[in-house]
Design a protein around this ligand. Structure first.
Ligand code: TMP
Length: 198
């Protein structure tokens, strides 16, 4: 089983991922990975993509770099783990690229889907949870210390939030969760969806 957490920055993915990890681990070996990250190549690309330097990165290059990190993650960790019957929880996946570089970054989402079909060898999550919070709450939670992506303005993040809602509504294996609720409430609604799927 392969579960993905998505959503605007500041939505509380990390806490919810830890909660789901403890629930799933009771029954099955479960691993958690970060996209981009979790492999040597992925961590190097993450550093390059998120650090605030003066190196220009075109939106197309940005899209390809996120997708490249994902290829390595899928090939090196996710596919082998699924083949061994483990559960996999990913902190972000293809939907993030479609939203951040497509809906908000103005690249064609269909081009991103095509590139990512190749990048992931067609791997699809069994279910995706989109943790939704208003942009103002996200900005407040992020505070003043922001990475390269988080430093983009409010218009960019408004497009990110509505992009996630658009993508989630068009997807039948996705659930939008109101992440302004308490951690326990959010975890309970996620757990009930997961129990149904399993
Ligand atoms: P994280 O901090 O949630 O791990 O995500 C890293 C940042 O990179 C976050 O601001 C979202 C952004 N991102 C993209 O712009 N495109 C992508 O494909 C992915 C996976 C993340």
């Amino acid at each position: 089983m392969f579960f993905v957490f998505e959503g605007i920055d500041g939505g509380g993915k990390s806490s919810q991922i830890s909660r789901l990890l403890s629930t799933l681990s009771q029954n099955n070996e479960t691993i958690v990975c970060k996209d981009p990250g979790s492999t040597h190549l992925g961590e190097a690309l993450r550093e390059l993509l998120l650090s605030k330097g003066d190196m220009p990165i075109d939106m197309r290059s940005e899209m390809m770099l996120f997708s490249t990190a994902r290829t390595q993650l899928v090939q090196e960790i996710v596919k082998p783990a699924l083949a061994e019957g483990k559960f996999v929880i990913l902190d972000r996946f293809v939907m993030s690229t479609i939203v951040y570089q497509g809906h908000a970054g103005k690249l064609d989402p269909e081009d991103i889907r095509t590139v990512n079909d190749f990048a992931t060898d067609g791997l699809q999550p069994d279910h995706t949870f989109v943790l939704d919070i208003p942009v103002e709450v996200a900005m407040e939670r992020l505070g003043d210390t922001r990475d390269r992506m988080e430093s983009r303005g409010i218009d960019y993040f408004s497009a990110v939030r509505s992009g996630f809602l658009t993508e989630a509504n068009a997807c039948d294996k996705c659930t939008v969760v109101d992440a302004t609720q308490t951690i326990d409430q959010v975890a309970d609604s996620i757990e009930s969806v997961v129990k149904n799927i399993i």
